[in-house]
Design a protein around this ligand. Structure first.
Ligand SMILES: [Fe+2]
Length: 282
């Protein structure tokens, strides 16, 4: 019986697996995979010998699938579990930069895991960057950590990253975004598997508010947290190669994507695993 071999890329952040037994995933493999993933929130798999059906099966091995939020783009013609991310056809996200975010932060139970598999890649560009929110939290001055106790962010669910009204939502009638529909998530969440605290900032910074705090004060606090979370020396990036697949933890990481040449094609298939409602760590 062979065990999974995980090569450390960055301690407590990024690991790499080769020869993962995609066609023989049993309880032991899942247990070892979970242990590796708790240690390395980003796991890279190289030369994956799989297609869409196997990606969905791999995703299900980690827990119930979190289906993509209904939107006009990104539908996979055969697997509703898959979000198609591409600059061609009806794919989602186009060819531009995608700024720092966590996935589906505006729902009650954002996904725990995101799995992204390269199907077709541009010659250059389209790298995916990760920032570690455990480390971001640990690096905060004690006084700032204390200030975050009991605080949440109100994540409005009306406008998306491009300021477009989401499918099924109504255009906001008031400019007071703190009153828009959405969810509140704690700013510092306790990770359900590792038990460790991490920052959880979501996305669409411009329309974030902190319940119970005046807007100007909240803006200054959020500006500082966002800067500390994203302007870090230890950001790691994935330069995609054919056959690459990433499994990352959407609870304790933020990610962003570079733009790429619009004349080329970038086609990625993403699946996600259901997560829990974020629990406050402070
Ligand atoms: Fe994303």
């Amino acid at each position: 019986m062979t065990h999974l071999v995980v090569k450390e890329v960055i301690p407590e952040f990024v690991g790499e697996l080769s020869d993962f037994p995609f066609h023989a995933i049993d309880d032991r493999v899942v247990k070892e995979l979970r242990a590796a993933w708790t240690q390395y929130p980003v796991l890279r798999f190289r030369n994956v010998p799989i297609g869409d059906a196997e990606q969905v099966a791999f995703t299900r091995a980690l827990g119930p699938v979190s289906y993509p939020v209904k939107q006009s783009r990104g539908k996979h013609e055969k697997f509703p579990e898959i979000l198609v991310i591409s600059n061609k056809g009806s794919g989602d996200l186009g060819d531009g930069e995608v700024t720092w975010h966590t996935d589906m932060w505006y729902i009650e139970r954002p996904p725990s895991a995101a799995i992204l598999r390269a199907v077709e890649l541009p010659a250059a560009g389209g790298n995916t960057y990760f920032s570690n929110m455990y480390a971001a939290f640990t690096s905060l001055p004690d006084a700032l950590k204390k200030r975050l106790r009991g605080l949440s962010i109100h994540h409005q669910s009306v406008l998306d990253t491009y300021d477009t009204v989401r499918l099924g939502k109504e255009s906001p009638s008031s400019s007071d975004f703190a009153s828009w529909p959405g969810v509140d998530h704690p700013i510092v969440r306790r990770h359900a598997d590792s038990g460790k605290p991490c920052l959880y900032l979501g996305s669409v910074r411009a329309y974030q508010s902190i319940p119970g705090m005046k807007q100007q004060e909240a803006k200054e606090l959020l500006d500082e947290l966002w800067q500390r979370a994203t302007d870090r020396a230890d950001v790691w990036y994935q330069e995609w190669k054919p056959g690459d697949m990433l499994l990352w933890d959407n609870r304790c990481l933020m990610h962003r994507r570079d733009a790429f040449d619009r004349g080329s094609i970038r086609l990625m298939h993403r699946t996600t695993v259901e997560g829990e409602r974020p629990l406050a760590a402070l």
